[in-house]
Design a protein around this ligand. Structure first.
Ligand SMILES: *Cc1c(COP(=O)(O)O)cnc(C)c1O
Length: 421
């Protein structure tokens, strides 16, 4: 049996009409107002977003405002420095605002406009999603309320400034631990009250139906472009396609157009400081099935079933679950999940700076680090890495913790030397 052929009809089969990817996904919210709101949302998505008018308008926005298509780039210097394996990047860092998140924020904003809504509501942790959504709100002339834990507001001053300059209201959340989890609760509560005038916009391919479907579809453009670009540049398909997995939006957008191809798909999860619970955010690798934030998936939970504490030096990757479609594709064996730790990611970041003149986000550096690991084994072949974002937001943190590169690269060479002995 050809394992790829089984995926010819995959997109027609998954998710089911009520948002299930196999046993994962669904809508597990218990507030009747929220259920009403999400049903209206799903209905609008199934009708409006499939219309030619919506699709054409989104295409125009992507070209004129976002700067799509983003290029595929062959890293010849880096590949030559490592061996014979050829590394290519899909340059999502060249999107307006510097990351892939705008792909689904503009889609959600356009849907809100077609639905006659006046406001976009979301939570944000590190602020990246908040900035992308505030950008979309400004573009569509809508109000924007971003719920953010007080602790995160203090930590992420530059992103708070960006959101405010773009015209969003940043609403501090001051209960519980005052971080992302409480911000999610506060945003859901606001949405339940305001859904007649507003829509809620999630930051990744997770959450209750229709978000995992909708975000996947809006991010699909990454892989769709990359597949054609890679084929026209090289005459073939890559051997591997690699992307980092936080909640899973950039990865699912990159992977789904390749599902029926004879291509290995690798999702890279953050191993942080190591495999102990609380030191990483590798949800699929170390997690198990459970329900959180209104959906069923594979997640990191404590004994009570609540979201476990997670850590990574990439703030965009420290989410305690992966979206339900990742859980299904993991169980089906179609996507392989690997881990990369903090230091390996930073080494990849420095190598891309020095060999190619590109400063990647720490999140994206996790995916690149996996490709570098493969290249160092001396094999031949090609890998296409989704470079989900640029690293400007990470500069101060990187310099403070890891310096400018040379000494850290030496330290990593020694670490590799001792690991292979
Ligand atoms: C938010 C973010 C991610 C992680 O989110 P996914 O939904 O897993 O894609 C990855 N890279 C960058 C640059 C981000 O900002």
């Amino acid at each position: 049996m050809n394992k790829y052929r089984d995926f010819d009809n995959y997109l027609k089969e998954y998710p089911s009409r009520d948002g299930y990817f196999g046993k994962y996904g669904g809508n597990y919210l218990d507030d009747p107002e929220l259920i009403k709101a999400f049903n209206e949302y799903a209905e609008a998505y199934h009708t409006i977003a499939q219309s030619a008018q919506f699709i054409n308008e989104l295409r125009r926005i992507r070209r004129d405002f976002q700067g799509r298509p983003t290029p595929v780039y062959h890293c010849q210097n880096l590949s030559n420095a490592l061996g014979r394996y050829q590394i290519y990047l899909k340059r999502e860092d060249l999107n307006h605002t510097g990351a892939h998140k705008l792909n689904h924020c503009l889609g959600e904003g356009l849907l809100a406009k077609f639905m006659g809504k006046k406001k976009l509501i979301a939570e944000t942790g590190a602020g990246q999603h908040g900035v992308a959504l505030a950008t979309a709100a400004a573009y569509f002339g809508m109000e924007c309320d971003i719920y953010m834990g007080e602790v995160d507001i203090a930590k992420q001053a530059p992103n708070v400034t960006r959101m405010k300059m773009l015209g969003a209201r940043v609403i501090p959340v001051s209960f519980g631990l005052k971080t992302l989890k409480e911000a999610v609760d506060a945003a859901f509560m606001a949405y339940a009250k305001e859904y007649k005038d507003a829509i809620y916009c999630i930051g990744t391919a997770a959450g209750p139906h229709p978000f995992p479907l909708m975000v996947r579809d809006f991010q699909f453009v990454i892989g769709e472009e990359a597949r054609e670009q890679f084929k026209s540049q090289t005459g073939h398909l890559p051997d591997q396609v690699v992307a980092c997995v936080g909640g899973g939006s950039n990865a699912i957008g990159m992977f789904t157009p390749f599902l029926a191809d004879p291509v290995e798909l690798v999702g890279v999860e953050p191993l942080g400081r190591g495999p102990a619970l609380g030191d990483h955010a590798a949800s699929i690798t170390y997690g198990k099935e459970g329900v959180m934030h209104g959906f069923n998936s594979i997640m990191l939970a404590d004994e009570k079933g609540d979201p476990a504490p997670v850590y990574s030096n990439a703030s965009g990757l420290d989410y305690p679950a992966a979206g339900p479609e990742h859980a299904l594709l993991h169980d089906l064996g179609r996507i392989r999940y690997e881990t990369i730790d903090d230091e390996e990611a930073i080494e990849a970041l420095f190598l891309l700076c020095r060999h190619e003149g590109i400063i990647p986000a720490i999140e994206s550096s996790h995916a690149l680090a996996y490709a570098i690991k493969v290249a160092r084994t001396g094999t031949t072949g090609s890998v296409l890495v989704n470079l989900s974002g640029r690293g400007d937001k990470d500069l101060d943190y990187v310099v403070e913790h890891y310096g400018y590169g040379p000494e850290f690269l030496e330290k990593m060479a020694k670490r590799r030397g001792s690991e292979t002995k």
